[in-house]
Each structure stands twice: as C-alpha cells, then as structure tokens.
Ligand binder design. Sequence first.
Ligand SMILES: [Zn+2]
Length: 279
Amino acid sequence: FPVTPVQPLSRKMYVCDSRFHTEHLRDQLEVKDQFGLMVVDRESAAYALLRGNHMTFLRNLHSFVPGKHGKGGQSQRRIQRGTEILAKDHLRRAGEMASKLFLEIPDLKGIVVGGPSLAKDNFVRGDFIDFRLRDKIMGTVDTGYTGEQGIRELMEKSTEILKDVRYLEEKKLVQIFLSELGKDTGLVVYGQKEVMKAMELGAVKTLLISEELDVIQTKVACPQCNYEKQEAVKAREFVEFEDEIIKRNCPECGSSKLSIEDTQDFVVELGKRSNETGL
Ligand SMILES: [Zn+2]
C-alpha cells in the first residue's frame, strides 16, 4: 500500500527488494514535535527548524560589526563604544528575526541556542528575546561554527537536550493515560483491536505505542522449495535481519535464495490510519 509521508523525507533511499524501507517514516511517526534551532555570534545569526530528524534551514542574518582590533588612545575608545552599540544592535536584530520566524510556528516545543560562548550568552542573558520565546529556550550549546554549518553542529550536539524533553513528554502522556484509566472515565482504550476501532471512528486524540509493539511480522520463504516461516523482528533490527536473510540458506533445500516475502508492520499501519483520520 502507498504510504504518504507525514512530512517530506530528508533522505532519499532507493533499495530494490521485497519491501519498502519504512524506517524514516517510522522516525516521523514517533516524533512530530518541532524545535527551533538558532546559532548566534557577534555579527551573524542562523535559524532552522527541526522536526524528527528532518532539519529545515530557515534564514541567515548578517550585520556589520567591525573587529575589536586597532590602535589605542582616545579615538580607539570611541570606536570601541561604536562597536559595542553595533554589536548590541546585531543581537537585537537577531532576537527580532527569531520572533518573526519562531513565533508563527504553532506548538513549537522548544528552542536550542548555539554559538561561540560569549555572543550566545550575551544574547540569552540580555533583553533581546521576546518573552514568549524566552520560556521555550531549553538550553544553550557551545558551537565552533556559525551559519548553516553551525546549525548542523548544534543539531548534533542537542540530541541529549531533545531526548530529555521527549522523555518528560512521554512520561506526562503515560501519567495522563494511567490517571484516566484509574478514574474509569471511559476516555482511554487499549489493546490492538480496540485502538484500531477507536481510530476508525476518529475518536483518538493521543496514540501511545509501546516499544514492545514495535515489531514487524515477516514471512520468510524459499522460492526453490515450499519452505515458509513466520518470524517477528524488532523494527529497529529489521535492516540487520534483512542482511541476515540474504546470507542465510534455506534449511530445507539449502538454496541461497531465501527471501522476505511479506511484512506486516503494525506501527506503519497505525500511522497510515492516523493520517487518514487526521489524528
Ligand atoms: Zn528451499
């Protein structure tokens, strides 16, 4: 069946075999949260949006701030003061751009700010950020680069920060689930069949999928003889499983043409339905 990605895929992957590779779809289904990334230094700023593993670069901002070097003396102090004003001006502009780009994104989960330590800290501590965005700053990270390269560096270095956010979010959702269940409000259902039915009715607001459930049912078959076997594989180990099947020989006739004939992926199925019902 065709699966429409929740968002544009960030990686192209064409593999010709018995099955479509859904790992990237799976990433998307698990994480739909959006995060703002921002790298700021004393004369530039860059912005991006992170959704799952998909990063969208938004904007580069450049200001002219002269360097700090020069001769000493009276005029140097004046220049210094001028430079400070320009530097401050730049941070203010960087903050305004952040508002322009990030405030219009509904449900922005958080923002991570990166950059060389001094400029970034001045930016975060100073009065340059809209108060609505200030609350969303989850952390700051020192980066060596700026611009788009800085954004990539920030993305790699913020993994831990983002993981914590996801973990807390997950914990909160499970607590809500348990409390609804305990109070017997009738607002929760569980079990594969019950959940599928609720989704068909369009009655699902939040869908929690246990990692235990993240299993792909496969049918391994031999084209030479009639050998057939059902095997369940953890989704995250599926690629390794495919490799192993290629190397494995048929236990009946010894043929090396053993292949995966069919797969059933409950999570992808759920994802498909959630798209159909607009969850
Ligand atoms: Zn065989």
